[in-house]
Design a protein. Sequence first.
Length: 363
Amino acid sequence: MTSADHQDAHPASKPSSGLDYRAAGVDIEAGDALVEMIKPLATATSRSGIMGGLGGFGALFDLKAAGFTDPVLVSTTDGVGTKLKIAIETGLHDTVGIDLVAMCVNDLVVQGAEPLFFLDYFATGKLSVEQARAVIAGIASGCHEAGCALVGGETAEMPGMYAEGDYDLAGFSVGAAERGNLLPRPIAVGDYILGLASAGVHSNGFSLVRRVVQASGLRWTDPAPFAPNQTLGQALMTPTRIYVRSMLALHRAGLLKAAAHITGGGLPGNLPRVLPDGTVAALTTTWPVPSVFGWLARTGGVEATEMLRVFNCGVGMALVVSDPDAAIRLLEAEGEAVSRIGVIEAAEGPASVRVQPPVGWPT
């Protein structure tokens, strides 16, 4: 599953006064202890298709055992960005793993793919077993929510590369779809755009978020002005929502034409990626906007157009459907908060988004 650093141990015959790996900053025993602690977390995410257990040089997956007959593999990789800085500064490490999984599997499902398995990369200067376990427990939680297996990973202890307490994360996910069920499907003028509610900032735009927090003069432990009963750090660490189960249900019902995961670039930067040329997504701004975005806009003096370009502003996933009533009924039954946010119109040139936020939006 994980290892400390891929180098041989020092020879047994070295003089007692000589250097060893621990003196160089790498603790092999700590890495081994972490592996034992996280094995049950990974095992709990097992699903159909998994072959063998942890500990090999690679993970095997049987697509036929997972129920596929003519599959196309889809792969994604992502990170959490500078949201990790808040996790490190607050000591809140238990949700960034969920963010990591979400950023990958949400990108799989918009292509019509079912997430199958996930791998992680955790790099740090000096391994803290408890810190790493908290992060990987979040990864396992996200995998369980997405229905994919945590099949492996790497924990790299690299002295001199990271400041004390710092770490970095990367995630890698593989999914599959039957050849005839990939998204997007053909989109027509008059189709509707639905928005699935986000949980807040998710995992994009945190370089700007941290600048706004700095300008506010607030500490991470201060009460969040926009979230009762939470500190500022806790509120901003709210994890990215995972939309896999509800979107797969919508897709399997034949109600989904296209979907865009709203990450960096916001709605204007992501929705055109799944639309055909000669169309424009004509959006309203009538969906509910979480109060964190109003606070960021007011405190940082961030213009509405910049807010829409940087953040999801309350829409974590945008869907294109032709039967909005049926889609909304299914999605709400799956626990989603859904808004009608626009329609597809004809336009000249490349696909685009047209949205005119009201003055003072978001509030």
